[in-house]
Design a protein. Structure first.
Length: 453
């Protein structure tokens, strides 16, 4: 490789490919970093802000170091430097002319910083926003809102609110130990500590010393006994010490399956609030804010056209504005309805998840068990077919959230009690048999990933 920039690109790709860093985390954190130089065995990396340096150091320094070692062939120590704090000594470049400082202010390529000021408030998220600002600004509601549990579909701003809490609290008190982590990262770090037979005291110390613990996608710990055990004790220690805990999930605690009751009750012990799909006015406001950041003038009819057709995901709205910007540059003309139609068509083709159908699920299960979809829907009672049928019923119930009566109709008009029994059978076996649980989680992931979820 010819440059440190190329090395760092390979490092980020390695982290993503290796599964240590998810695509969302890569986009939020790793892609905002800038390679500086390699000093002996020190890899010097610029961060656009102290907050982002803290997040990367707490959550991603280990996979980055491992990736550097794999790519370069020798052990590497990661040095994270906040660019705007280091400008005089490193670059002698005025802040207003420094590209990384500008990246921090405008977040580059039209991306805004994850603060309360940039969060678009509407009826769909107003209560969640109010709770988060109350916690972050320390108005005394911490005991009432601890823990704060925010749930809702992906792409509606839950991560933005977590980042905004951290940003505001760090601004008020720079000495706070704020830890942001995803449920997946928490799980993977524990697994790594156990597999490598490390002393878990380091793992305990990291999370149990937090002043503020922000956990994104906490539903990921469901079905994982060791992770739930660790999280239970971490939660108790922090909560007893009056430390703030904020959790996000794609569903409310009562709907997180294979979650220990003692953890579920703790999730429900504070304030639970949801974020739902944004209304029309909020979607238009999001489009206008994104356009403003991209220095793009969008006519009212174009903004409203997009808002009327992309209703369920903020990322899609932002993606539409980005594509309009690109088309405007190519066509050298103002955004138009025809451009918007082209952009929306591309997004719905490329990004809109293909709905998971009962047929998809039954087909995947039949492949796993070596039976046919017809066997699963039939009255046949051989053990292999019966087990496949129970798994298929469980997955349909878990993934599609259909009513029990509707599921019964899909499986040969079976009655309510049969469906309940099948679901409980699978849930109980997942608790008792880790291999069975892993198999169910694997096929569930295959089905969801195949739908783009």
């Amino acid at each position: 490789m010819n440059s440190f920039e190329e090395v760092f690109e390979a490092v980020k790709e390695y982290c993503s490919r290796d599964g240590k860093v998810g695509n969302l985390a890569k986009g939020l954190w790793l892609d905002t970093l800038r390679p500086a130089r390699l000093e002996g065995s020190d890899a010097v990396i610029y961060c656009p802000s102290e907050f982002q340096r803290m997040i990367v150091e707490n959550n991603y320094s280990r996979p980055l170091q491992e990736a550097f070692t794999q790519i370069l062939g020798f052990p590497v120590t990661l040095r994270l430097i906040v660019q705007e704090q280091n400008e005089e000594s490193e670059t002698n470049t005025p802040a207003e002319e420094n590209p990384v400082a500008e990246l921090n202010k405008h977040s580059g390529d039209g991306e805004y910083a994850y603060t309360f000021d940039t969060f678009i408030v509407g009826g769909s998220n107003q209560f969640a926003y109010a709770a988060c600002t109350s916690i972050a600004r320390g108005d005394g509601s911490g005991n009432t809102y601890n823990p704060l549990f925010i749930y809702g579909p992906s792409g509606l701003g839950k991560t933005h609110l977590l980042m905004a809490i951290a940003h505001e609290m760090k601004k008020r008190d720079p000495n706070l130990n704020i830890i942001y982590v995803t449920g997946e990262t928490f799980t993977n770090e524990l697994i790594e500590a156990i597999q490598q037979k490390k002393d878990t005291s380091e793992f305990h110390g990291k999370y149990r010393s937090a002043d503020v613990l922000l956990v994104d996608d906490v539903h990921f710990i469901s079905g994982k006994e060791s992770t739930q055990e660790e999280f239970f004790h971490t939660f108790n220690i922090l909560h007893a010490a009056g430390k703030q805990i904020v959790l996000t999930s794609d569903r409310p605690p009562k709907d997180i399956r294979i979650l220990e009751d003692r953890i579920r009750t703790r999730f429900e012990s504070g304030l639970i609030t949801d974020i739902s799909m944004p209304d029309f006015e909020t979607r238009v406001a999001i489009i206008r804010r994104k356009a403003e950041l991209l220095d793009l003038n969008i006519p009212d009819d174009v903004a409203e056209f997009i808002a009327n057709r992309l209703k369920s995901n903020i990322r899609q709205l932002e993606g539409a504005v980005k594509r309009l910007k690109a088309l405007k540059s190519l066509a050298d003309s103002a955004p138009s309805l025809s451009m918007a139609q082209s952009v929306i068509r591309d997004i719905l083709t490329d990004e809109q998840p293909t709905p998971v159908t009962v047929e998809n699920i039954i087909q995947e299960v039949s492949n796993l068990y070596g039976v046919t979809p017809e066997d699963i829907r039939s009255k046949k009672r051989s053990q292999q077919i019966s087990n496949a049928r129970k798994v298929a019923i469980y997955l349909v119930h878990d993934i599609t959230q259909m009513t029990l009566a509707s599921i019964g109709e899909e499986f040969g008009n079976r009655d309510h009690s049969t469906i309940v029994y099948a679901v409980k059978y699978v849930v109980n076996n997942m608790k008792k048999d880790s291999d069975f649980r892993d198999a169910i989680e694997s096929i569930s992931k295959t089905i969801r990933d195949g739908s783009g979820k």
